[in-house]
Design a protein around this ligand. Structure first.
Ligand SMILES: CC(=O)N[C@H]1[C@@H](OP(=O)(O)OP(=O)(O)OC[C@H]2O[C@@H](n3ccc(=O)[nH]c3=O)[C@H](O)[C@@H]2O)O[C@H](CO)[C@@H](O)[C@@H]1O[C@H](C)C(=O)N[C@@H](C)C(=O)N[C@H](CCC(=O)O)C(=O)O
Ligand SMILES: Nc1ncnc2c1ncn2[C@@H]1O[C@H](COP(=O)(O)OP(=O)(O)OP(=O)(O)O)[C@@H](O)[C@H]1O
Length: 536
């Protein structure tokens, strides 16, 4: 999928990137021409940068990075065939590059990953300096918050690029994203294209991997935001403290001019404290969740009066800020977690220079975060509420179902399954939590991958049985996920809500090592229209 996605991202290049002399790059980033390549290197210019052979265009510098599994140097022949005119690598890569592409000028640096971000920014002429830029990090809520910011910044400046888990989007062009935060050259190119097309802002998701692997180097954001920190990615960061330390690197002057940090959990409070102590980046602390006692203590912004509306599934709240700022806002997604996302987006927008009225109005209409509490149909007396969501861990399922219960006068119907080739322990846990919180369950496949789908469903049902030994109100669909989504809609009455969880925006179903094109939203939409007639 990675190469496929990079192929689609190929279109996200500026049309007229003025050339940069290699000699200038060599001087600025302390790159050393390989012996014999001094002359060639000093006379060449490049029009772009890439770190992946499948993502290289004519006239570009191919940066052959040492990877976790392979050395990028092994792909030099492919990169040169795609048009690379020079290669930057480390000492370990030089010999391989020489063998793969004799005659192609080579430059070296002891740690090419550490320079590729600033180097790409230089080659694409520092596009971030011409945009209003925001980045959101944290374990949960990055995608949702970044889409709220997209809506707000678009209202403020007429356009915004989006780079995150769901898509890479510049203007009308949107492609599937290979990961949460793309490699630095892809990001710099997208921003250069945005500048060319007059799109004035950028809303990004920043993963901790990206921060550690220097994918964001070369960009100083106007505002970065932190949602929360929960247990995740410990295979990469080893400890929660290591995970926070990785995120903390984004809250430094090298990466941002302003920090907005949710202090609802101990990790956010620690990050805010550290950033304030360092005194290098101004910090706004945001508290979205209710606390006992003095609401303003230890924070700069706080939320009161969060109320969920049954009719339009919106959540209203009041955000209080410095100097008596009082913002009455409405977030189009249910649940307190989305109040956190919305409050963070509002404060980030204020610090990015957006007026409160513009921000509030845009946020209220930011409905369609793909696959995140995405409403396909809305309760209207005839139709029930039909939702696509991404919750795929027991904790997320718990939060999601509690939020949806608040907007459901009738029965709550959940269509769900669990992943193959991933954490097996969570399967019965997902079954158990869903059996506890929902009325009707339709158990189906998610991404079975190389596993037998029946065994995965059995594990989910084992958890369901802990709560409902006789499987009362539980159906199992063994044919195809789309059939389960249709069955969920079939069961849904006007007072009910049906939610399909686990795959969100994902455009593929991974089965028996194949990527089969499949997305829950259009299937649910079709089922809704077949049952209740065309949607507007
Ligand atoms: C741990 C990690 O981040 N690994 C990334 C790393 O892979 P790697 O070091 O193993 O690369 P490799 O396969 O050894 O290849 C070495 C070099 O050869 C290049 N190459 C490789 C193959 C080829 O055909 N041509 C080519 O030029 C690669 O671009 C790379 O530069 O460099 C690759 C190239 O950029 C990334 O694709 C790869 O991300 C992998 C796919 C990945 O799964 N990353 C995850 C962990 C990740 O980054 N996740 C975060 C957070 C997700 C979250 O928050 O949930 C994200 O931002 O998505
Ligand atoms: N602020 C939040 N706190 C806790 N959970 C949240 C929050 N926002 C969203 N969630 C839950 O996490 C799921 C993923 O949300 P979202 O995609 O916005 O987060 P993310 O950080 O981008 O995660 P991912 O990288 O997995 O996409 C949602 O379906 C919801 O269940």
């Amino acid at each position: 999928m990675s190469n496929h996605a990079y192929e689609s991202a190929a279109a996200l290049r500026p049309h007229g990137c003025a050339p940069t002399e290699l000699a200038v790059l060599a001087e600025r980033f302390s790159l050393t021409p390989a012996p014999g390549d001094e002359q060639a290197a000093s006379s060449l210019s490049v029009h772009g940068v890439s770190v992946d052979s499948s993502d290289t265009a004519p006239g570009e510098l191919f940066v052959a990075l040492p990877g976790f599994r392979r050395h990028g140097a092994e792909f030099t022949a492919e990169a040169v065939a795609a048009g690379a005119v020079a290669v930057l690598t480390d000492a370990d890569g030089v010999a391989t590059v020489g063998r793969q592409a004799p005659g192609t000028p080579v430059l070296t640096h002891p740690d090419p990953r550490a320079v590729v971000g600033p180097l790409a920014a230089e080659v694409y002429h520092h596009p971030s300096r011409q945009l209003v830029t925001t980045a959101v990090t944290g374990t949960n809520g990055k995608t949702t918050t970044s889409y709220f910011l997209d809506a707000i910044l678009t209202a403020h400046l007429g356009g915004c690029i989006v780079a995150g888990t769901v898509e890479l989007r510049v203007g009308a062009l949107s492609v599937e994203s290979p990961r949460t935060t793309v490699e630095a050259p892809v990001l710099q190119r997208m921003m250069a294209l945005a500048v060319e097309e007059g799109v004035g802002a950028a809303s990004l998701e920043a993963s901790s991997h990206a921060i550690v692997l220097h994918r964001l180097d070369g960009t100083v954001f106007d505002v970065v935001g932190f949602t929360n920190l929960q247990r995740d990615h410990l295979d990469f960061h080893e400890t929660m403290q290591g995970y926070l330390d990785a995120k903390a690197q984004l809250f430094t002057p090298e990466h941002t001019r302003h920090a907005v940090i949710c202090v609802d959990d101990e990790w956010g409070a620690q990050l805010a404290h550290r950033t304030r102590e360092a005194g290098l980046v101004p910090v706004d602390r945001v508290r979205a969740y209710p606390v006992e006692g003095d609401l303003a203590e230890g924070t700069d912004w706080w939320v009161t009066d969060a109320t969920v509306s049954m009719t339009d599934a919106a959540t209203t709240f009041v955000l209080h800020g410095p100097g008596g700022e009082h913002i009455e806002a409405s977030c189009p997604l249910p649940g307190l977690v989305n109040v956190q996302n919305a409050a963070l987006a509002l404060v980030m927008a204020r610090r990015a220079g957006v007026g409160a009225d513009t921000a509030v109005e845009a946020l209220a209409h930011a409905h369609n975060v793909p696959g995140r509490m995405q409403r396909i149909s809305q309760r209207d007396g005839v139709r029930g509420t039909c939702i696509v969501d991404f919750a795929h861990t027991p904790d997320a399922m718990d939060l999601t179902l509690r939020a949806v219960r608040q907007i459901t006068p009738g029965r709550l119907i959940v269509v769900f399954g669990s992943d193959g080739d991933r954490d097996q322990g969570k399967r019965p846990m997902l079954g158990e939590v869903t059996a506890r919180l929902a009325d009707l369950l339709v158990v189906t496949d998610e991404n079975p991958r190389s596993e037998d789908p029946q065994l995965i469903r059995n594990a989910v049902l084992e958890g369901v049985r802990r709560v409902r030994p006789d499987l009362d109100g539980v159906e199992e669909i063994t044919t195809w996920r789309g059939d389960a989504v249709r069955r969920g809609v079939e069961l849904c009455g006007p007072e009910d809500t049906v939610i399909v969880t686990g795959k969100g925006h994902e455009p593929f179903l991974e089965m028996a090592d194949e990527f089969i094109r499949y997305n829950d939203a259009p299937v649910m939409r079709e089922a809704v229209e077949a049952k209740w007639g065309p949607l507007a």
